[in-house]
Design a binder for this molecule. Structure first.
Ligand code: SF4
Length: 494
């Protein structure tokens, strides 16, 4: 028998258990198995906290319950005191406990009629399905605590809000989505769901759950590395785009390795190609790859952008999460095989887009195929053209020269070492073993954009700003050089 005292549930534990029983089990008993949050994940979490703090500005006079989650009982007492004080119009981080479930409510707003609004703040711009359970479990605990909750919903960022460059208008920046009806509809099932999780936690052994699609939805699980450590090198999850039902069918047959999949098992064309490459230990090279790589005009440009997408807009005439390009890198290959490199990093704390576009237009000139890796740069160029009507014609004309190297590879080439992923970080080591991201201080785009904001921060010491600047330029230039080398590696296979 498990002698452990069954741990308390909280809102986040309830949601973790709803996603996967094993995730909740590990959160309660084996936290040390979790992979630590990356700096980028931590910074995204911090940005969410900042959005939460900003939202409290909509409720002047609101009182913060200061006790942290290690002092939940005390926080409940402070919450009760605030509830009984009619001068308190709103309570931030209100604490409750009912049926061994603890919750902290982002904002509890007092209404004239003695009722309360339960408000969960999210930094997203829309209401996701998982938020229903999120608010639903809070509602159940508050109702169980005899609080008269009249309305429950999500206060989230308004995707249509356009910053005017002055102080943010909080009542336009945020919008409330009323989920009361949906939340009420969940109430009947919630006690059974909570009871099921408690029963699972009281069991002697961890539930047997294999990693699958559910590990990434609605949230990426922190135990992914642990749970997948013993999976075969050619795991069935590496079949690009494989659906949950197909995975379940394979699991029912006891199949985890791509090499064990029966030849008549129904797969898509790409999945069959992956399977053939793994089974036959050979690369796939389609006859059309040559035209994709050589149907080009010199000089060849290999282009990459870095962008920043702040939840709270930084620049006038921008919206929450609008992507703003601040850095480009362009490796230029001449017909004589001479390689040159140009890049541009905008270093002021104003809107980078105009300087970005001007310098980019000069670098790209009026001829030559422009290789990108994904169609992200195409999207950014289109948005730049909308923002800069005086440059719109030139910017849009360059789109005719764009060629997406990733799309070409996805259609016409496969190497088993891709493990089903066509990202630069998967394709590069398989084709160009001499190049790696390991030595770079910045190794992925989200972290690059966060470091850019850190560089712009007036409180960042000059020395650190310089270091970030060099790291950003090195990262972006690495991506474009990687494209040059990948194309060379592919040409050798023709
Ligand atoms: S990685 Fe997947 S299976 Fe493992 S605990 Fe997380 S959600 Fe569950």
């Amino acid at each position: 028998m498990n002698q452990k005292k069954t741990p308390m549930l909280s809102k986040s534990r309830f949601l973790a258990g709803t996603q996967c029983h094993l995730r909740l089990w590990h959160q309660c008993y084996n936290r040390e198995l979790a992979t630590a949050a990356t700096p980028a994940q931590q910074a995204i979490f911090d940005a969410g906290q900042e959005v939460g703090r900003l939202a409290t500005g909509l409720f002047p006079g609101g009182v913060l319950i200061e006790e942290d989650h290690f002092h939940h009982e005390e926080a409940v007492q402070s919450t009760l005191a605030a509830i009984h004080n009619p001068d308190v119009p709103a309570i931030f981080e209100a604490a409750f406990i009912h049926d061994d479930v603890r919750v902290r409510v982002d904002i509890l707003e007092r209404l004239q009629n003695g009722g309360w609004n339960l408000i969960e703040v999210k930094s997203a711009t829309s209401v996701k399905d998982v938020y229903h359970s999120d608010v639903g479990v809070q509602y159940a605990v508050l109702k169980g605590s005899d609080l008269n909750v009249v309305r429950a919903g999500i206060l989230h960022l308004n995707s249509r809000y356009v910053y005017d460059g002055n102080q943010h208008q909080l009542d336009s920046l945020f919008t409330f989505s009323d989920l009361t009806e949906l939340v009420l509809a969940l109430q009947e099932d919630l006690p059974a769901r909570v009871a099921e999780l408690k029963k699972m936690l009281a069991a002697a052994r961890a539930p047997h759950i294999l990693p699958s699609r559910h590990c990434h939805s609605p949230y990426g699980c922190e135990f992914w590395e642990h749970c997948t450590a013993d999976m075969p090198e050619f795991w069935i999850m590496h079949l690009t785009g494989i659906r949950e039902e197909r995975l379940n069918e394979l699991a029912a047959m006891g199949i985890e390795d791509i090499r064990d999949i029966p030849p008549d098992f129904d797969l898509t064309e790409l999945q069959n190609r992956i399977r053939s490459c793994v089974v036959g230990r050979e690369e796939y090279v389609s006859p059309e790859l040559e035209e994709e790589l050589t149907g080009i005009e010199y000089p060849l440009h290999f282009l990459d952008f870095e962008t920043v997408s702040p939840p709270i807009p930084l620049y006038p005439n921008t919206r929450p999460y609008q992507a703003i390009p601040f850095l480009w890198s362009d490796h230029i290959l001449s017909e004589e095989n001479d390689l040159a490199h140009f890049s541009y990093l905008f270093k002021e704390d104003t809107d980078p887009r105009e300087d970005f576009a001007e310098t980019l237009l000069e670098a790209l000139g009026d001829r030559g195929t422009v290789f990108t890796y994904s169609n992200y740069e195409r999207r950014m160029m289109t948005e730049l053209a909308e923002y800069l009507p005086q440059r719109s014609g030139q910017l849009l004309a360059i789109l005719d020269r764009f060629k997406d190297l990733q799309a070409s590879i996805k259609r016409h080439f496969y190497n088993a070492s891709f493990h089903g992923s066509f990202s630069l970080k998967s394709v590069l080591p398989a084709l160009v073993s001499s190049m790696s991201y390991d030595d770079l201080l910045i190794q992925e785009g989200t972290y690059a954009s966060l470091q850019y904001l850190q560089m712009l921060n007036p409180e960042t010491p000059l020395e650190e700003k310089k270091k970030i600047e060099e790291a950003l330029l090195a990262y972006c230039s690495h991506d474009t050089l990687a494209m040059v080398k990948i194309r060379e590696a592919l040409l050798r296979r023709l």
